[in-house]
Design a protein around this ligand. Structure first.
Ligand SMILES: *Cc1c(COP(=O)(O)O)cnc(C)c1O
Length: 354
């Protein structure tokens, strides 16, 4: 549908790449030279352009700023053995972005627009894909309503953008999480399954309370009873219980993670026992007390497979066995990482070369 030549490209005069210390990349603070923008006007996407990364002028009446009509995606590209960009499951991100967009009353993004803008932008900023171990290029597509109108209604104008940033590890150590039983991230019928801005804005305060007590993140429980485990801040969660990989079943209050899906597919392909079901807080805590829960980890694009070393609940902290002893989580991390980097076979054809 969109041909590459319909994306106008305005290059930077001089790249900023020499200012970057690729041996010490913080997460989400360094952006590449260029960014992609498209406008939605009068019912169609137009004005596809790649311009130098920088500030964008928007009206103070932009509904995204007032009402949070904004969605995003997150994916990663790794540098392949021949210098090519290996992008992990971008079609799944494209599909999920449209699921989020539908819930937030935003226009469909055609597959060609998503893929061609991504490929063109990555090609231009290819030099920014880190080759250091543990590092990658984080890709952030996002869309927001752009009408100049301060009433609340379905918007007619939207902006779709992609920005890129080289990133190091999201968590540098195993994570400490706290089971949240007072605040709620998502409720049935709400927007929890969408990667919609407000879901995260509302989560900052409860997460901050936990961080003030020394935890990295929360594990959310269901909004109605707070008796069932849902997920973490930007990660789905899984546990090894009695040698079975157990993860909460997807509902409309849980974000359907692509990492989660990849872990389940790999585990099943190896013949592991996998259960997607409700997990009560009580079952988890009893398992931690008895020692039948031997591993816990988060699953997400940014954090990859993040081992959980400690789970706080009420006034108590439950420590899990050391990461070096975790044969399930470590195998998944190694295999998934190898697939993403193009150094292990890719049995599900997840990696797209750009
Ligand atoms: C993005 C996200 C995840 C992880 O999804 P991936 O596709 O694996 O990156 C999990 N939970 C929430 C709330 C998220 O926003």
């Amino acid at each position: 549908m969109i041909a590459t030549q319909t994306i106008s490209i305005s290059r930077v005069k001089e790249s900023r790449i020499r200012e970057v210390d690729f041996a010490n990349i913080p997460f989400g603070r360094i952006y590449t030279d260029h960014m992609f923008i498209a406008d939605y006007r009068n019912g169609e996407w137009r004005n596809f352009r790649i311009i130098p990364y920088g500030y964008i002028p928007i009206s103070p009446a932009t509904p995204a700023l007032h009402y949070g009509q904004a969605i995003f995606e997150g994916m990663k590209a790794y540098r392949g053995p021949e210098g090519e960009a290996l992008v992990f499951r971008p079609h799944d991100n494209w599909m999920r972005m449209n699921i989020s967009g539908e819930r937030m009353c935003m226009p469909h993004i055609p597959e060609e627009l998503f893929m061609e803008s991504l490929a063109t932008l990555i090609d231009l900023d290819r030099a920014w894909i880190p080759s250091t171990p543990g590092a990658s290029l984080y890709i952030r597509p996002f869309m927001f309503s752009a009408d100049e109108y301060i009433g609340i209604k379905a918007s007619t104008d939207f902006t779709f953008m992609i920005i890129l940033c080289p990133v190091g590890a999201y968590y540098s150590t195993p994570v400490k999480v706290r089971i949240e039983t007072r605040y709620t991230r998502a409720i049935e019928g709400g927007t929890g399954y969408a990667k919609a801005g407000g879901n995260y804005g509302g989560a900052i305060y409860p997460a901050k309370l936990a961080q003030d007590k020394g935890y990295h993140q929360l594990i959310w429980t269901d909004g109605k009873t707070h008796e069932y485990i849902e997920e973490s801040g930007t990660m789905n969660v899984a546990f090894i219980m009695n040698d079975t990989l157990v993860t909460p079943a997807l509902t409309d209050t849980i974000l359907a993670g692509i990492t989660r899906d990849s872990v389940i597919k790999l585990a099943k392909s190896w013949g592991w026992k996998v259960e997607e079901r409700k997990i009560s807080v009580r079952e988890l805590i009893e398992g931690l007390e008895r020692g039948t829960v031997t591993e816990a980890f988060g699953m997400g694009t940014a954090a990859t497979i993040a081992p959980i070393e400690l789970i706080g609940y009420g006034e108590k902290d439950y420590k899990l066995p050391p990461v070096s002893e975790r044969k399930y989580g470590n195998r998944i991390l190694e295999e998934l990482d190898g697939i993403k980097r193009g150094i292990k076979p890719d049995p599900f054809n997840w990696v797209v070369r750009m």
